[in-house]
Write a protein that binds this ligand. Structure first.
Ligand code: ATP
Ligand code: MG
Length: 271
């Protein structure tokens, strides 16, 4: 289907009712202009806060959360709660939205222990209950979109051993790759990829995957930005026409201008 936009946001970019209402209004505008929208949300800061409240210590490697059984329980509970709040906000903006878990619309594979580069060093990590999308139930998603329903997906998957925590960017790219949407947009808390994260004028408006590789290798891209650019890579290689990152804090527009030709904001990554 044409004109499918997948929007992903995290809890740093969109915080609380006011932010959610603002984003929902913009999404309602896109739908009115003919777009079909799939929403995927994360909940990193909220999961951290709840973990700390009950005495667990959040641990991440290269932006991915180490998720033992106790952490999985927290992540799932918090994400479900956020999902209800997102759907409520969308409904307030007159969007016909439905909340879904990742496992309702996709299949997953548990991540095996693997080597990552952190600050230039190889580290072997076992993320435990963490998965990635392998297949998407295209029929289920297309059915909803055809009926004018907007799916709002939280990133919990499952395999035959149980539920899996999925990085929200990875969830988004798995769905985007399966559905080959027109554009995947990651709404985050920075204007895009910056050469210096303390200087917004160092924004890179257009980058190739090869340039991104260079920025990972030299440490310019780190932490939560790593799964984000890897998500862009997966989506692009699977045939998604366009991927970009925008700032959820932008007062002018978060996503309302994305259907207008020639208007660019944020960072666009190309093959
Ligand atoms: N080169 C870079 N340019 C911009 N941001 C960067 C860069 N390198 C690292 N970052 C970090 O990546 C962060 C965005 O990723 P993060 O995972 O924190 O947010 P998110 O994915 O939007 O939210 P969530 O993880 O809750 O879904 C930025 O806030 C910034 O600190
Ligand atoms: Mg993140």
């Amino acid at each position: 289907m044409d004109d499918i936009y997948l929007l992903k946001f995290g809890g740093n970019a969109i915080k609380g009712k006011e932010d959610l209402d603002r984003l929902s209004k913009e999404v309602a505008g896109l739908i009115k202009d003919g777009a079909k929208i799939i929403m995927v949300h994360g909940g990193g800061p909220e999961i951290n806060a709840e973990m700390e409240r009950i005495g667990l210590v959040p641990k991440k490697v290269a932006g991915l959360r180490i998720t033992d059984d106790a952490v999985l329980e927290v992540a799932e509970r918090v994400l479900r709660d956020i999902n209800v709040q997102v759907v409520d906000a969308m409904v307030r903006a007159n969007i016909d939205a439905v909340g879904l878990a990742g496992y309702d619309v996709a299949s997953f594979e548990r991540k095996k222990p693997y080597l990552v580069k952190e600050n230039g060093e190889d580290v072997l990590v076992d993320l435990v209950n963490v998965g990635e999308v392998t297949d998407v139930d295209l029929g289920a998603i297309e059915d909803l979109l055809m009926k004018g329903v907007t799916p709002v997906i939280y990133p919990i998957g499952q395999d035959d051993r149980g539920h899996l925590n999925v990085n929200a960017d990875s969830m988004a790219s798995g769905i985007a790759a399966g559905i080959r949407c027109r554009e995947m947009i990651q709404i985050t808390d920075v204007p895009g990829i910056l050469l210096d994260i303390d200087d917004s004028s160092s924004l890179q408006t257009l980058l190739t995957l090869a340039q991104v590789d260079g920025l990972i290798a030299d440490g310019t891209i780190s932490g939560g930005m790593i799964p984000k650019v890897e998500a862009c890579r997966r989506a692009l290689l699977a045939g998604v026409s366009k991927v970009r990152m925008v700032n959820g804090k932008d007062k002018k527009s978060i996503v309302s201008d994305v259907m207008q030709e020639g208007v660019e904001h944020g960072t666009v990554i190309t093959k």
